[in-house]
Design a binder for this molecule. Structure first.
Ligand SMILES: [Fe+2]
Length: 148
């Protein structure tokens, strides 16, 4: 399969975004306060554990198609579409962050899904469509939790 540097760069943008999102989720897990502590402390752990698996799968996918995954925090911060969060202790603010971060990740994944099709990169297409479907489901749940 022949890909291009810009396609690999865009996959690295998704990888970088997940890395910053991962650290933001850890911070939510650590800093949650209030009566939803037990519920959200666990939910955040479930989410960052899943993101950790996605990060590894994505980095290895980049290698499989001949690219090099970014691995430094400096590169992640430069390339992520998601910013590092300031301190969030409130549960509703945390869930709002997660919903907005997932929307940003979905935008990148949908563009990449179309790009993967152009390169006939079926493995990456399948990987991305799983991520997209999973987020469509969890976004519905986060909206329900937020009464939106
Ligand atoms: Fe923990």
């Amino acid at each position: 399969m022949k890909t291009t540097a810009s396609y690999i760069a865009y996959l690295n943008q998704l990888l970088s975004s997940y890395q910053i999102h991962y650290q933001n989720l850890r911070a939510l897990h650590w800093n949650i306060q209030g009566e939803k502590f037990f519920e959200l402390h666990l939910k955040y752990e479930e989410l960052y554990t899943r993101v950790q698996v996605i990060i590894d799968d994505l980095a290895e996918r980049i290698l499989m198609i001949g690219g090099k995954p970014m691995f430094t925090y400096k590169d992640y911060i430069t390339n992520s579409v998601i910013s590092e969060n300031s301190l969030i202790t409130d549960g509703t603010d945390g869930m709002k962050y997660i919903l907005s971060a997932q929307k940003e990740l979905l935008v990148v994944e949908r563009v990449l899904f179309k790009e993967a099709g152009k390169f006939e990169d079926e493995g990456t297409s399948a990987f991305l469509s799983d991520l997209i479907r999973e987020k469509e489901k969890t976004n519905w749940m986060f909206r329900a939790w937020l009464n939106q």
